[in-house]
Design a protein around this ligand. Sequence first.
Ligand code: AKG
Ligand code: FE2
Length: 323
Amino acid sequence: SVLLRAGARATVVPLASRRALVRLGAKKQKSHFEAYTIADRSAAGIFPAPARRDGVRPLKKHLPEGAPLSKAPEGWADRWLPGLQLSHKGMRLLHLCPPVMIIDDFLSHEECAELIALTESDRAFEVQSATFSTLTAAARTSTTWYTRHGAVPTFVGRAVELTGAHPDSLEEPQIVRYATGQRFSWHYDEVPRSLLANGGQRRATLLVYLNDVELGGGTAFRDLGVGVQPKCGRALLFCPSDVDGTPDDRTLHAGEPPLSGAKWIAQFWLHEREYVPGVVPGAQAGDASAAYELYCARRRASMEQPSDGASATAAGAGVAQNI
Ligand SMILES: O=C(O)CCC(=O)C(=O)O
Ligand SMILES: [Fe+2]
């Protein structure tokens, strides 16, 4: 079923070769890529606006520095994520329609390190890009691991609190490593019609950067003029489709190659309806709800502990042990 899941990438548009991505700064190049001049990035990691594809018209300009969610019009999120927690700490809006948001410190550095370490354990299952469909293998050169929801209860809990989604609409968590120069070229996160029976369309992508990347490694939205620089613990949230599952072509995006060191990310996709996990051995319906309940129980337990003394420390360590 990994191959089936890989079919989800069948809509990939392999426009950019690795060389093209690395040469993004070439000013005379008459392609969309010239706008993604790595050297031109602002401190916030935002690209200058590229030319748009025919028929793709963002309704609002992006907000290069990001804006607090309080600036969004009333009812704005209803078209994508009606349950979105607009008051979530640290959330900034980079693009209004379609929405692109970042949340710094969504996971702690320790939680990020634990997700990376999970890939060394028998709880994560590595999938070589070469085993994905031909099209995807050409577009993606990174290494992917899938794991069960139960291995990452904190990530599940935070995702549910942020999006207001039912836990069982979350696909299996995915962890990806890009070695220097590896990338995932332009693509849509939407799933093809053949896979809609399991949970419907992907309504949201929640991507967390697990490490800082000094140079390159951004997530670029070609038609929105938005780029996001990896930062340890930073979440990126965007919506590959509307709430009714209509895919949004404006969300075409790419994972650029880190130019020094590796780049690690963890991702969740939120579906329209209940998604039954099937990629990882032993995964089953209800896994995500069970993980969410575990998260809630741990949170309650840590809140009941006195704020000082040995028992509080023990509770804290328990939470950190298993994200
Ligand atoms: O690595 C990134 O920045 C983007 C990854 C991505 O788009 C994906 O895995 O679908
Ligand atoms: Fe993607």
